[in-house]
Design a protein around this ligand. Structure first.
Ligand code: XBP
Ligand code: MG
Length: 259
């Protein structure tokens, strides 16, 4: 059985709970700036999250919720420019410290780096969003923490397609059996699993708590801290302390054996 060599982190929902109070608000601010009467409420946004990628999500919304909207001559350009406005609003929000890292993330990143594990990001989000998050929450840039940031449009197909995880492992010279993925959503879990990663740990959010994670190595509500351990919601362990490197090594062994 191959030892654990690398942790591949999802961003939105995993490093930070960014969707409801971050991305969703940034989308609405961009719509308002562009004079669009679109308003993505909490419940509607939960439906739209089935589609990964902000640009793809806007197109899905137009097709399924605003069929009457007169399409501009160059729809892809319209969506790309509107999404750039959204990304600007999102970066401004994070710069003001709007979204903190989830419990245990800062602790685990430091412990994993200290233990010599290779760290990478595999995310659907726009790369600038990760920089804004890390700058505002850790005061560092992504390059200081992760050996590789695989983000956004670098691959043709976003999660749940496996492309972003395959891309990341290819560039790091990693085989799936040396990796453990940390995710928050069904789309992310399926993407990592589809890339051959058998050890996947899920920290759910309010948006993803009810999704199907059958087969995931462990499902918890948070990575936990010594004063607030995680609550196990599924997977191969019944209880667990704050997620640390020894726990991840155990999850990797369990995933390899049962994944
Ligand atoms: C989550 C996503 C992203 C964000 C919005 O990414 O699907 O699209 O919702 O970010 P992940 P963008 O969970 O893989 O980190 O608008 O930049 O796409
Ligand atoms: Mg996510």
């Amino acid at each position: 059985m191959e030892d654990l060599q690398a942790l591949l982190f999802d961003v939105d929902g995993t490093l930070a709970d960014t969707e409801r109070d971050g991305h969703r608000v940034a989308f609405n601010r961009a719509f308002s700036e562009w004079g669009l009467d679109w308003d993505w409420g909490v419940a509607l946004y939960g439906q739209l999250l089935a589609v990964t990628g902000g640009k793809e999500r806007i197109l899905y919304y137009l097709e399924h919720f605003r069929p009457e909207f007169p399409h501009p001559d160059d729809l892809p350009r319209f969506v790309a420019e509107l999404h750039k406005a959204k990304t600007r609003h999102y970066a401004e929000m994070l710069g003001e410290g709007a979204i903190p890292l989830r419990p245990g993330v800062k602790r685990l990143l430091a412990e994993a780096k200290e233990a010599g594990l290779r760290l990478a990001v595999a995310t659907t989000t726009t790369p600038a969003n990760l920089s804004a998050l890390l700058d505002s929450s850790l005061g560092i840039d992504a390059r200081g923490t992760f050996q590789l940031v695989a983000a956004g449009d670098v691959v043709p197909r976003k999660k749940p397609a496996p492309d972003i995880y395959v891309w990341a492992m290819d560039r790091m010279g990693l085989s799936p059996d040396r990796c453990l993925a940390l995710e928050d959503s069904y789309n992310g879990w399926r993407s990592a699993r589809g890339a051959g990663i058998r050890s996947v740990m899920v920290t759910v959010t309010d948006y993803t708590r009810a999704e199907d994670f059958t087969g995931a190595t462990l499902v918890v509500d948070t990575l936990g801290e010594p004063t607030a351990p995680p609550r196990v919601l599924g997977g191969l362990l019944d209880e667990v302390g704050p997620i640390d490197v020894p726990t991840l090594r155990e999850l990797h062994r369990l995933g390899a054996a049962h994944g």
